[in-house]
Design a protein around this ligand. Structure first.
Ligand code: GLC
Length: 735
């Protein structure tokens, strides 16, 4: 049976090719309100897109720019059904705690594909942040593994489970550099460092999209939140930001650039304003930087209601104004609100050009083609049963959770718990807590979670008694404290970042037993732990480890996993220090970086984490002490396992540019390596750092490599390590 719609597309396609061939086209087109860059899609997709576009009505075009949300948890509602049937919906999402069933999703897709005039498929979006049904550790926890391979694997599994139920598009990775632990969403990113956010953001894009994003078990990634959300003043949610252009380009933008270079198909704008311009109307950031400089060819979606927020920000006078501001700034799709319907008026008023609308439609159709939605719009087979919580998925989640747990204190080597221990007590508010899947747990279920107590009990050595209260036989007390998921995440900002007082009181009540206490902290954000360090021999940061919490915790406590995790965000001694992060600038009074009543240094620094063994760094060798501007820094160090257990060490590479055209941070992370060493074993660890990684932005914001001296460290964390020097000769524009 000839599909008339396809035939229509083909005919139009031939016509388009003919016209395309003779039409001169520039790289940029300035039209009212926006400057559009040319879209360089491959010919086959280009022709299809242009052929559809050429027969779309304005209503159908504006429909593609709209992402609707079902009212509450009611997944099928008449408003949505009617809009989809009329071809006026480009995308659908539902709230963070659930997703459509396969039947519901296919129901909507059939309306779009078989009942709307043009049959353009819907793209279904969902917050797949760290798992879909098998929930992995929160993102800040994942970054503490310093293992992009594990993070990529976790994203791949999340994509496999999510796509099986009909998710085409995951609203992740969140790569907002965050340096304020009061901010609830610091838990959702990859810490305080731009380089690590770039490394892990790119790993998630690879895991989600794979080599062919049209494969049935892949989803489109979404770099968010563009840009500078983590700089919300006071760590208060969606507050305004003041970000210098240099900080914008050297701190907040690099993770997005890395994600675009990795092929991320979408970007989501942030709620905050950047120096007075809301991110959802940020023409400079979206059109100039993202779409022109970074060459981004996918589409930009607003955050939830963020187009409406332009009224509250105070830059849009009404809904039509908000719509034209957002579209002209480069926001191609509007999430949740339907102000983009007003673009019809804006078109008539001349504040928006049809080319801008067409550009947005093309970008959205492009992503739908790349995802294979035109070829395979439906979920044809339900394999969720064998996929969800499969042994393989649970095993990977357990491995990642154990690898994310940071050992911050281990006085007298109380950990690992000796296998001959007769009896341990697992107590505290989080001992049997199932709410340890973070704030964005998608379709994760509390009933799936292995609690700390259950995991420890089921993995304990033969003959070891595990009790839920301290008894006369108790040899070890495992005290489980932490933050419930309602304490962090979106709009969950805290002014007090200590362990909740009643949990500290509980910890104090345990002192009377005079037994070794191991404190396990189920935190979302970096906490001020200064009031618990003296109440316990050991501190293990468990974060919110997800579905496999108890098994992973047992693996670490009993030594099956020797911890190698390290902090990717500084843990302050007090909230009064905030913001406190490692890559600060030196200032003219470096010794003044403190208070009269408190140090200026964090309690636990960036890159810090202990192991059950010890490591020694020696013989730092720099191959060329002086190198040309387009050279490479090659250096090596010997790392020795000087303890009694096999373990990984994460060696970090930091540099400092001693004299620049602007003041430079006292240290910047530029690389790391994870090396496995048996007891007594030494290995030579090599680093190669191309000088282009040392580029900075000059006064005109061109990337340049400036000549001069640098310090370099290879270190176990940001405060220690072996230090060397090298020099770059000559100047070089790093374009
Ligand atoms: C939320 C969040 C964003 C999320 C979106 C859809 O407000 O800011 O991260 O992806 O809405 O749930």
């Amino acid at each position: 049976m000839i599909n008339l719609k396809n035939l229509q597309y083909q005919l139009w396609g031939l016509l388009i090719i003919a016209l395309y061939a003779c039409e001169p086209h520039s790289d940029e087109k300035d039209i009212v309100g926006a400057s559009l860059v040319s879209l360089n899609y491959d010919q086959e997709i280009s022709v299809k897109i242009d052929s559809i576009l050429s027969i779309m009505t304005l209503e159908e075009k504006l429909g593609q720019l709209s992402q609707l949300n079902n009212a509450g948890d009611k997944h099928i509602d008449s408003t949505t059904v009617n809009a989809v049937r009329k071809g006026e919906v480009g995308s659908l999402l539902i709230n963070r705690r659930s997703f459509y069933s396969i039947e519901e999703r296919n129901f909507y897709q059939k309306l779009a594909v078989e009942e709307s005039r043009l049959g353009i498929p819907i793209i279904f979006g969902h917050d797949v942040i760290h798992g879909f049904r098998t929930i992995f550790p929160t993102s800040l926890a994942q970054s503490s593994t310093w293992s992009p391979d594990l993070v990529e694997k976790g994203a791949e599994i999340a994509a496999r489970e999510a796509s099986a139920q009909g998710v085409d598009w995951a609203f992740a990775p969140m790569v907002d550099v965050a340096r304020d632990p009061r901010w609830g969403r610091i838990a959702e990113g990859y810490g305080e460092d731009p380089y690590l956010n770039a490394v892990f953001g790119a790993a998630v894009v690879r895991g989600f999209q794979g080599k062919d994003v049209s494969a049935p078990d892949r989803v489109a990634a979404c770099m968010k939140h563009y840009v500078g959300y983590g700089a919300a003043v006071g760590g208060r949610g969606k507050q305004f930001t003041d970000i210098s252009k240099r900080t914008l380009h050297e701190v907040y933008l690099p993770p997005f650039k890395a994600g675009i270079e990795q092929g991320a198909l979408t970007v989501m704008t942030a709620f905050n304003d950047i120096n007075g311009t809301p991110a959802t109307a940020y023409t400079y950031g979206i059109r100039e930087v993202l779409k022109k400089d970074y060459g981004f060819q996918g589409f930009v979606v607003s955050d939830w209601d963020a187009v409406k927020h332009l009224l509250w920000h105070g830059i849009a006078a009404d809904t039509t104004d908000a719509a034209q501001l957002a579209l002209n700034a480069g926001v191609d799709m509007e999430m949740k609100t339907i102000f983009y319907k007003k673009l019809k008026e804006a078109l008539a008023e001349g504040t928006v050009a049809i080319e801008t609308i067409d550009d947005a439609v093309k970008r959205i159709l492009y992503v739908k083609y790349k995802l294979g939605l035109f070829k395979r719009p439906y979920i044809e087979k339900d394999n969720t049963r064998e996929l969800f919580l499969s042994d393989t998925h649970r095993k990977e989640a357990r491995k990642m959770a154990a690898a994310s747990m940071v050992l911050l204190q281990n006085n007298n080597d109380v950990l690992p718990v000796p296998s001959g221990t007769q009896s341990i007590a697992v107590v505290g508010a989080f001992a049997q807590e199932r709410d340890v899947m973070g704030w964005w747990k998608s379709t994760g279920k509390f009933k799936d979670v292995i609690t700390a107590f259950d995991g420890i009990k089921s993995n304990a050595a033969e003959g070891m008694e595990v009790t839920d209260k301290v008894t006369a036989n108790t040899a070890y007390i495992i005290a489980c404290v932490g933050e419930p998921s309602r304490f962090f995440g979106e709009s969950r900002n805290r002014a007090d970042i200590t362990v909740p007082a009643e949990q500290v009181d509980f910890l104090k009540s345990l002192q009377k037993y005079k037994k070794p206490i191991v404190l396990v902290v189920f935190n979302g954000r970096p906490l001020d732990l200064s009031n618990v360090t003296d109440l316990t021999q050991a501190i293990l940061l468990a974060w919110h480890p997800g579905t496999e919490t108890g098994n992973a915790l047992a693996d670490v406590l009993f030594g099956q996993h020797n911890p190698y995790a390290k902090l990717t965000a500084s843990f302050p001694r007090s909230v009064a220090q905030v913001p406190v992060y490692y890559s600060r600038r030196n200032s003219g009074n470096p010794n003044g970086n403190k208070y009269i009543d408190l140090s200026g240094e964090p309690l636990f620094p960036f890159g810090f984490g202990l192991s059950y063994t010890t490591f020694e760094y020696s013989s730092l060798k720099i191959e060329q002490a002086k190198m040309p501007v387009n050279g490479e820094l090659k250096l090596s160090v010997i790392i020795t396992n000087t303890g009694s257990k096999e373990g990984y060490e994460v060696a970090q590479l930091y540099v400092r540019d001693l004299v620049g055209s602007t003041t430079r941070p006292i240290k910047e992370l530029k690389g790391f390596q994870k090396v496995l060493l048996a007891p007594g074993e030494s290995k030579k660890v090599n680093f190669v750092l191309p000088t282009r990684e040392l580029a900075v932005f000059n006064a005109d914001f061109e990337p340049v490599i400036e000549p001069g001296k640098f310090y370099v460290w290879v270190a176990p964390n940001v405060t220690g390590g072996l230090k060397g020097e090298f020099e770059i000769a000559g100047n070089f524009n790093a374009q």
